[in-house]
Design a protein around this ligand. Structure first.
Ligand SMILES: Cc1cc2nc3c(=O)[nH]c(=O)nc-3n(C[C@H](O)[C@H](O)[C@H](O)COP(=O)(O)OP(=O)(O)OC[C@H]3O[C@@H](n4cnc5c(N)ncnc54)[C@H](O)[C@@H]3O)c2cc1C
Length: 414
């Protein structure tokens, strides 16, 4: 029997991965008038994507200027569309020991110089403002950034996609990128295309290195490709023929019944232990980044054990009113961690000949992709359309920094 020819779709720019970052890149390119923008994803719903599994925190309280700028530009946009994306300027409150306060104050100088208000509180002020924090003997003070806050990552992603579609971009679901080849006409990206109703097991298998079975083939012939595959960016980079130094690392989040504390007047609070928490509807949400977590595609939530071992002891050490917290549920997702815990953005490294100017990347946000999403898309689209960064100088985020020894070690990561 003759084999059926694969469907070939010609596009200008193919965005691989349509989480928060890919959707933002597609939106900005389309808004800038690029025709033929196509974003593809194996699972547009994003069941295992970081964009659906994060804590929704947005802050410009970083140490690296480029990270401050990326968040500032993003949060200013979130404020303009606050209702649609669920932005609430409820603040980030960083608690500090005497050892960490100096570093926090130095970062604050930079943040304020870049136009981001951060208030310094002594312990008495902290007690007055956040009355349930009653165990403060180890604290030297706190830093509070009132415009940091929370967004709804799902509605934010839908917002980017709706705006992208309005400007002509298209989104294709159930496309799993398998191989790519560069040629004189552009880059041929070969995908397995799955029928509607892909089940949970198939999604897990495809996105954790197992076999998902093969669907029908779809081939895209693109002038340019953008790698926005989040924790899967290293594999997509391999397919596209270059190396990405990042790794996927599991991060867990618990939801708990606060019982004796009403968290609703507060925003994100980051304890000195590294445990962070914020109100989530009528409950609390709390997470902790285990620095010893091995890299890998592990989506297992350790449940009550994680809460009892990692979350509750730290919270009870901070407030006697947290004694009766009750674990409700939780989940695990992936951080896409680069060697210096700052994002990778720009043209893919090590390309030569016909590949130059054809492959771009925006990934490895190392736990801060939601808060950088708007600006990351804007910066990359400017670079692709105008050849240079206009709004934010994102050159420090170029992947070549790892070979050139110009790492951007971010001092405020959670
Ligand atoms: C527990 C947790 C808490 C977090 N908290 C915060 C927070 O408070 N604030 C914040 O800013 N950030 C937070 N983050 C980080 C944030 O979620 C990520 O940085 C951000 O979502 C990254 O978005 P992305 O679009 O790059 O990746 P993703 O959302 O993972 O999207 C990548 C997409 O690529 C697709 N894909 C992968 N491989 C292929 C392939 N071969 N073919 C086709 N499609 C493919 C996937 O299906 C996926 O949809 C948190 C993350 C976790 C896990």
């Amino acid at each position: 029997m003759p084999q059926s020819q694969p469907d070939i779709q010609r596009v200008d720019t193919l965005v691989i991965g349509a989480g928060l970052i890919g959707s933002s890149v597609a939106m900005h390119l389309a808004r800038m008038g690029v025709e033929g923008v196509r974003a593809i994803d194996f699972d547009l719903e994003g069941t295992l994507s970081s964009s659906e599994l994060n804590a929704g925190g947005v802050r410009a309280t970083f140490t690296q200027p480029v990270n401050i700028a990326m968040s500032k530009v993003s949060i200013e946009y979130f404020a303009q569309v606050a209702e649609e994306v669920g932005y609430r300027p409820c603040g980030y409150l960083w608690l500090h020991t005497p050892e960490s306060l100096d570093r926090g104050l130095r970062a604050r100088e930079r943040q304020q110089a870049m136009g981001w208000q951060v208030d310094a509180w002594d312990v008495a002020e902290l007690r007055r403002r956040v009355e349930f924090i009653d165990k403060v003997d180890d604290l030297a003070g706190a830093l509070f950034a009132p415009r940091d806050g929370l967004v709804n990552p799902n509605t934010l992603k839908q917002h980017f996609r709706a705006e992208a579609r309005k400007s002509g971009a298209q989104f294709d679901d159930r496309r799993l990128v398998r191989s790519a080849q560069s040629g004189p006409e552009g880059i041929r990206v070969v995908c397995d295309s799955f029928a509607p109703g892909v089940d949970e097991e198939t999604k897990r298998a495809a996105l954790t290195g197992g076999s998902a079975g093969a669907g029908a083939q779809v081939v895209y012939l693109a002038r340019r490709v953008v790698n926005c595959a989040g924790p899967w960016a290293p594999e997509v980079a391999r397919i596209l023929g270059y190396r990405c130094p990042s790794q996927p690392v599991r991060r867990q989040v618990s939801i708990f019944d606060c019982r004796d504390v009403d968290l609703s007047p507060y925003g994100m609070i980051i304890d000195t232990s590294g445990v962070y928490f914020h109100p989530e509807a009528t409950n609390g949400l709390s997470g902790f980044a285990n620095r010893d977590e091995p890299p890998g595609f592990n989506f297992t939530y350790d449940g009550e054990a994680f809460f009892q071992e990692r979350i509750w002891p730290a919270l009870y050490e901070r407030s006697s009113r947290f004694e009766r917290l009750r674990h409700l549920t939780g989940w695990a997702g992936l951080y896409e961690v680069s060697p210096d815990e700052s994002a990778i953005l720009g043209e893919a490294p090590g390309l030569s000949g016909q590949d130059q100017g054809r492959i771009f990347e925006a990934h490895s946000f190392s736990g801060h992709g939601a808060m950088h999403s708007y600006a990351a898309g804007l910066a990359l689209a400017e670079k692709m359309v105008s050849g240079r960064y206009l709004t934010i100088d994102a050159r420090p985020l170029d992947c070549t920094r790892f070979d050139g020894g110009q790492l951007l070690h971010e001092g405020l990561v959670i």
